[in-house]
Design a protein around this ligand. Structure first.
Ligand SMILES: *Cc1c(COP(=O)(O)O)cnc(C)c1O
Length: 381
């Protein structure tokens, strides 16, 4: 009976990727910061109005760079939501930081800004926010608290490229922000990321850390006559081949986002009555947020009903996935003192949230199959 499988994600191609990669090869510079890297930097800086963009090998690596730039030391406390991907905080734990997990709001699944101030101590060195699904956190409140305590904010904006909060682009609020171009994200090059820098004070050191701790970027600009080892660092530049692939995707951003928007809105429209009837929560987007259409999730009434729905969809060849397992209850999180009950909303989402198939080229037929299968689900009791 099952014919074609509907995967959870299928990486999107816009068509010009291979041509741009061939061009990068012809240009004869396929290591980092070649022609296409510069094109990506200029496009992102121009579109978002950020001071400086640096492509990186991943969002994880951009987060690692941010932790080095903020001079995170062993024993420093870093606040972040427990409902996020491991890398958000792991990049800081790698420098010896102690995570301080804050719960998320039950409506947007973003860091609960009303719980932020109570988590701040004299040891707090950074506040990490994640714009879940590309819906902005309450940045007015978060920035006011952070500024009053003089604590830098870093935005893990892996989901939220080109989305806005009160008209301002996500990724432009904190001292820095990080992007992901992993193949599961809206714009992708397989593996890739970027560090967006809003505070000019971090720009020069960011270039050095990304170039193995050398002042090579200044050398290439003719600002020094030889380059040398000046700081700690690593190798965080992607090949220009990847930048060429990515540039094709970024150029097509309006097409990609309008496809994703149509899919997202259809899910919302055609699942609304069903969700209301069975007590299922659908995504909430505040009126002052223009979202990025990165995920379509549903929150089922219980762990049991979620697991049954996953199995029901799978039997029809439809793959749905859950995330995130609460970080404070992971093996690592427990080593930092995490306990059941610390973040009740996150714990419920870990049990009950389900992500539906969602990719740029999800066809109308495929989406009909997913929606019909959900309507047919009868595993409530
Ligand atoms: C995907 C993701 C990351 C990691 O991105 P990579 O580019 O794979 O390192 C980090 N944070 C969040 C919120 C993500 O969704």
């Amino acid at each position: 009976m099952v014919t074609v499988q509907i995967p959870f994600n299928r990486p999107g191609f816009v068509g010009s990727e291979i041509e741009y990669i061939q061009d990068a090869v012809k240009r004869g510079h396929i290591s980092g910061d070649g022609y296409y890297s510069k094109q990506c930097h200029a496009l992102l800086e121009g579109a978002l109005g950020v001071r400086k963009t640096l492509l990186t090998t991943s969002c994880t690596h951009a987060l690692e760079m941010s932790a080095i730039l903020l001079d995170i030391q062993p024993g420093d406390e870093v606040i972040c939501p427990s409902f996020t991907f491991v890398s958000t905080i792991n990049a800081y734990v790698l420098r010896g930081a102690k995570p301080v997990f804050v719960d998320v709001r039950a409506d947007t699944l973003n860091l609960d800004e009303t719980k932020l101030e109570a988590a701040i101590t004299p040891r707090t060195k950074a506040i990490l926010v994640v714009h879940y699904g590309g819906v902005g956190c309450e940045m007015d409140v978060i920035m006011e608290i952070a500024n009053r305590h003089n604590i830098p904010v870093v935005e893990d904006n892996a989901h939220g490229l080109f989305a806005r909060y009160k008209g301002q682009y996500l990724g432009t609020f904190g001292v820095m922000a990080t992007q992901s171009f992993h193949e599961t994200k809206n714009f992708q090059c397989g593996e890739g990321g970027a560090l967006l820098i809003n505070s000019p004070a971090y720009v020069e050191r960011a270039e050095i850390i990304r170039e193995k701790g050398t002042n090579r970027s200044r050398f290439f600009r003719g600002q020094v006559d030889k380059y040398t080892w000046v700081d700690v660092g690593s190798s965080y530049l992607p090949s220009d081949l990847l930048a060429a692939f990515l540039y094709a995707q970024l150029e097509a951003r309006d097409d990609i986002q309008s496809k994703r928007r149509a899919i997202w809105e259809r899910y919302e429209r055609e699942l609304g009555d069903w969700a209301a009837e069975f007590g299922v929560q659908l995504p909430f987007v505040p009126a002052h947020c223009e979202q990025a259409y990165h995920v379509f999730y549903i929150v089922m009434p219980s762990l049991e009903t979620r697991q049954r729905l996953i199995a029901h969809l799978k039997a029809q060849g439809i793959l749905s996935v859950f995330h995130y397992l609460p970080l404070h209850l992971s093996d690592m999180g427990k080593q930092f003192g995490g306990q059941t009950g610390d973040c009740p909303v996150t714990e419920r989402l870990g049990d009950c949230l389900l992500r539906l198939p969602f990719y740029n080229d999800l066809s109308a037929d495929e989406q009909s199959r997913v929606i019909d299968a959900i309507h047919q689900f009868d595993g409530w009791a």
